[in-house]
Design a protein around this ligand. Structure first.
Ligand code: NCD
Length: 460
């Protein structure tokens, strides 16, 4: 049994001084609790133990574009950021929109992953009729694709993170933005995760327009209207709330925050996510940083940013995930750069910065780092340090003033660190996966392959 003799943050965000032990890859919390208030995390506190981050939104680009990242390197970047579980998006090439593509992607991950992992299944909008009948039979008669329900796809919905829906095309994933189709999906899946920009509101010609003008706020507002209509349609169809949890991805605007507040108040099962780039940048930074900060949805203005911070503090937003979207440096430097920002290797540092500076409490930080993701995505025993949980741990070490810019080598194949201007008060010193050291002082350790979180295999 290994003993961790460092202060650790319990599930309520309090600092505990009693023993944390690891037995067979799981935590044993023994002895009398000795608690401190989070305010007692002071400049003199040199190390604290926190749960491994669950980053439920990454693009590791395999199959098809491993040169941009790949599963093996993406996992190293995750470890550098104190991330011990990732969920990979389906806009790979080919897209993960069928049972065969999902099985093939699973094989790739099974042979390479060094952090816990789960996969999204994608909804291929190009295969769905714009008008759908209740059973899908008329569509089938007309040679159109049925609604991709778990049954139609031959997929066990409890073995994927969620059905991912892009309301604007992303790479090989065509858009889905018909409220009727969205309603059918809500009635068929336990969770759908939505990229809410309605591409029908994008301007037709691109000439002379900035990225923000090409993907206007109006497209987000239109997407929210459609999602609301879909929820109401689903409710009307069944005469009750849809069981489905709607995960609204990468919130970037005040309109989304207000919508989530309103819809949660109405009793819908909504989980809201934002990403570090919307919290640490505004569109005023775009001129200086150029394509490195080009992302979908675009980074908006200071009022949006302030609203996002408020929503993190008050619980409207439930998760901060990276939307780690690496592209090759030459692609980013081209005349027509792709959208996406890498960020996974700073996740715990960015969150600890927010907690350390008092923008959010340590308790909220823990909720945002994994407690809420574990609940939302149904992966019990992760995301908090409680007796019996998996021993996925991160040791944070306080930065000395001299190295507070924490220069270090960049792990992601994207080759740049968007957050290089920030002073981080905490460093990721050590990461343990199921009780085994996977990363220490910025070096990876030889490790067994990590498991798929939905596979429910025992830890060895
Ligand atoms: C994502 C990517 O690169 O895969 N890019 C991004 O800007 N977020 C895809 C997407 O969500 O559009």
């Amino acid at each position: 049994m290994e003993m961790i003799n460092l202060p650790w943050l319990d599930a309520g965000g309090r600092l505990r001084l009693d023993r944390l032990q690891i037995r067979n890859g799981h935590l044993v919390v023994a002895g009398q609790p000795r608690r401190l208030e989070p305010s007692e995390i002071t400049a003199a506190t040199e190390q604290i133990v926190v749960p491994g981050y669950i980053d439920a939104h990454v693009h590791f680009r395999q199959p098809g574009q491993a040169y941009k990242e790949g599963i093996a390197n993406g996992c190293l970047a995750a470890l550098a950021g104190g991330v011990t579980t990732v969920f990979d998006m389906p806009n790979t090439n080919p897209p993960t929109c069928t049972a065969a593509a999902l099985a093939a992607k699973r094989r790739l991950w099974n042979g390479r992953a060094k952090v816990g992992w789960g996969l999204f299944i994608g909804c291929d909008g190009s295969k769905i009729a714009s008008r759908v009948d209740k059973t899908g039979a008329a569509n089938a008669r007309n040679g159109l694709y049925k609604i991709p329900t778990p049954e139609n796809l031959g997929i066990d919905s409890s073995a994927v993170a969620a059905m991912k829906v892009f309301m604007a095309r992303s790479g090989s994933c065509a858009a889905v933005n018909d409220p009727e189709v969205l309603a059918q999906l809500m009635l068929s899946w336990p969770r759908i995760a939505v990229h809410a920009e309605d591409e029908s509101k994008f301007p037709r010609t691109a000439t002379g327009l900035t990225h923000e003008q090409l993907r206007p706020r109006a497209s987000v507002i239109a997407a929210l209207h459609k999602l609301e209509k879909a929820l109401e349609l689903a409710e009307k169809h069944y005469g009750r709330m849809p069981e489905c949890r709607l995960i609204l991805l990468h919130l970037s605007t005040s309109e989304e925050v207000q919508w989530v507040r309103r819809m949660k108040e109405r009793g819908y099962k909504i989980t809201a996510e934002t990403c570090p780039h919307y919290l640490y940048f505004t569109n005023a930074d775009l001129a200086e940083c150029g394509a490195q900060l080009q992302v979908n949805p675009p980074i908006r203005d200071a009022d949006d940013q302030a609203m996002l911070w408020q929503a993190l503090a008050d619980g409207t937003i439930d998760m901060i995930n990276s939307d780690h979207a690496p592209h090759a440096q030459a692609e980013k430097a081209s005349a027509n750069p792709p959208s996406g920002i890498p960020g996974i290797e700073r996740m715990w540092q960015l969150l600890a910065l927010a907690a350390d500076s008092g923008r959010i409490s340590w308790q909220r930080a823990l909720a945002l780092a994994g407690q809420n993701a574990a609940k939302c995505y149904g992966i019990a025993g992760r995301g908090e340090l409680v007796d019996g949980a998996r021993a996925d741990l991160v040791v944070l070490r306080r930065n000395k003033a001299a190295d507070s810019y924490s220069p270090r080598k960049i792990v992601t194949r994207a080759g740049y660190d968007a957050y290089r201007h920030l002073k981080f008060p905490w460093e990721v010193e050590r990461v343990l996966i199921a009780g085994k050291t996977a990363w220490e002082q910025h070096n990876s350790r030889a490790l067994p392959l990590a498991e798929e979180v939905y596979a429910a295999k025992p830890i060895c």
